[in-house]
Ligand binder design. Structure first.
Ligand code: VOV
Length: 249
């Protein structure tokens, strides 16, 4: 029987995409708009405090294209905290003008493909813990997409032996390492949580590096034979200080 790989799981993740209802926003009074922005900035400050205390992390991006205007990613230690955060967001005045367009639920994941060194469980290492509970970078650009591993005929990831999968992912990681300092990746597992199997979140200073890494990886066997994709989202970092200017009408 083919052996599954053990995963190390960290913070729970919610990608939350919303489209701005500019028509309703323009019809609101300027007092209402000012109050909505102030209230939302307060919520962002609360989330910053959580991040400061290393109890979670979040980012806010302005998405490009019609799939979304706002792209959020939230990380929390439990699914309950993630649900509370989502509810608090939904109860804001600003949320009345935001139409939910997409969401993705997953958990930050690392797999134990590498053989254990000297019986040390990698999950106990501080560097592993830091990767499982990461403070998300606020780099200029972000890309998010869900993906799955193919299960078709001769291209079935789940009938490959663990060693073979480990080798393919090692090759994959060699491509990834060429982007050190340029692209930062977060893989979150979503089997049993959402429609596809993993969420891929990438951050870059230079937006073109997002395209280059994804393109280059298409030629790695792990992707070429076993990668399946759906929708992609891309956005520019939106700082709390720039929110009012973005929403000015
Ligand atoms: C940009 C850099 C980069 C680097 C360094 C990197 C490294 C690594 C390592 C070392 C490992 C394996 C063990 C683990 O840690 O889990 C992975 C794992 C994974 N990856 Fe990756 N990946 C990158 C980047 C990177 C990208 C751009 C993508 C999207 C793929 C594409 O074609 O568009 C991706 C996907 C994944 C997935 C879905 C998994 C889980 C696969 C599984 O079946 O279990 N990944 N990845």
């Amino acid at each position: 029987m083919v052996e599954a790989v053990e995963t190390m799981d960290g913070w729970y993740s919610l990608h939350d995409m919303r489209v701005m209802d500019w028509t309703s926003w323009k019809l609101a009074s300027s007092e209402e708009r000012t109050a909505a922005i102030a209230e939302f900035k307060n919520l962002l400050t609360k989330w910053e405090d959580v991040e400061e205390a290393e109890n979670g992390s979040h980012v806010m991006y302005q998405a490009i294209g019609q799939k979304a205007d706002f792209m959020f990613m939230f990380l929390r230690p439990t699914m309950e905290e993630l649900a509370d955060l989502e509810t608090a967001f939904n109860k804001t005045k600003l949320a009345e003008f935001l139409i939910p367009s997409y969401s993705y639920v997953s958990v930050i994941e690392l797999a134990k493909y590498r053989p254990q060194e000297d019986g040390v469980d990698p999950e106990t290492l501080p560097e592993t813990q830091a990767r499982l509970k990461p403070i998300l970078p606020k780099w200029n650009h972000m890309s998010f997409y869900p993906m799955s591993r193919r299960r078709e005929g001769n291209d079935n990831w789940y009938t490959l032996e663990k060693d073979a999968r480990g080798k393919l992912l090692y090759e994959h990681s060699k491509t990834g390492r060429q982007y050190a300092g340029k692209v930062k990746q977060f893989i979150s597992g979503s089997i049993g949580f959402d429609d596809m199997e993993w969420g891929v979140t990438l951050f870059a200073h230079d937006v073109l590096q997002l395209k280059k890494v994804v393109y280059q990886m298409r030629f790695d066997e792990a992707t070429a034979r076993y990668g399946e994709f759906a929708e992609f989202f891309v956005g520019n970092h939106l700082a709390k200080e720039d929110l009012a200017a973005y929403l000015h009408v």
